[in-house]
Design a protein around this ligand. Structure first.
Ligand SMILES: [Zn+2]
Length: 227
């Protein structure tokens, strides 16, 4: 038995070296991937992922599985398509997703944001105007994530029907901003449209005098969404 020990020691040592080397390789790969993820998430701060994630926020039963990563989509829409960088405000004129909003909606948002700021509440634009291409990509991603067009339609509209594409809708965050808007938005004509999207606001000028109209449960109940 003693004769086999050196051999065993040798065979044990080799795998140890091999494993150590493998770990180094894995660590290096992980480091590179991690860097790429960081780089892609900071350079394309609002990949469709972020928007999708915002569309899902608070969604009952929304899948929290792996979302599509921007790095998997080299042709991911940029700011010119309406992707909005993290922390954008309603005053960021240089960002197309903000600047291309309907002027009346933008004016109401700026008034509301100014008054909210007096109470220490800051509005962040998670999404505003979107190009048709961007909207269609969001829809394709939603279909693949939710598994059916019918389920995806509860969250993401087509380019033909989306109020984001026409510049008539904005997704506002964070929670304290949407809470402020749900209480005070009607005074500015800013109304929540869908029960399942507390972040999605559109302009309803009549709301200033008459309050916001009843909400739809989700976009599939909105007559505008019927093509
Ligand atoms: Zn929206």
């Amino acid at each position: 038995m003693t004769r086999s020990e050196p051999a065993r020691a040798t065979t044990r040592r080799i795998p140890r070296i091999f494993v150590a080397g493998l770990l180094v390789v894995i660590a290096a790969i992980a480091g590179v991937l991690g860097y790429q993820l960081l780089a892609s998430s900071s350079s394309t701060a609002t990949s469709p992922t972020d928007v999708l994630r915002s569309e899902h926020r608070g969604a009952p039963g929304a899948p929290d599985g792996p979302l599509l990563l921007g790095s998997e989509h080299p042709g991911a829409p940029g700011e010119a398509d309406g992707a909005v960088p993290d922390g954008a405000t309603v005053f960021d004129d240089e960002i197309p997703g903000v600047a291309n909003l309907d002027p009346a909606l933008l004016g109401a948002l700026r008034q509301a944001a100014t008054d909210a700021a007096d109470e220490g509440v800051e509005f962040v634009v998670d999404s505003g105007w979107r190009s048709r291409e961007y909207q269609n990509q969001l829809l394709r991603e939603a279909v693949s994530e939710y598994g059916s067009e019918a389920e995806a339609a509860r969250w993401v509209a087509t380019a033909e029907t989306s109020a984001h594409v026409s510049g008539d809708a904005v997704d506002i965050g964070p929670f304290d901003a949407t809470a402020w808007l749900s209480e005070h938005g009607a005074q500015y004509g800013l109304c929540r449209i869908y029960s399942n999207e507390p972040w999605h606001y559109e302009l309803r000028p009549d709301a200033i005098d008459h309050g916001c109209p009843p909400m739809y449960a989700d976009p599939t109940h909105d007559p505008r969404m019927q093509e």
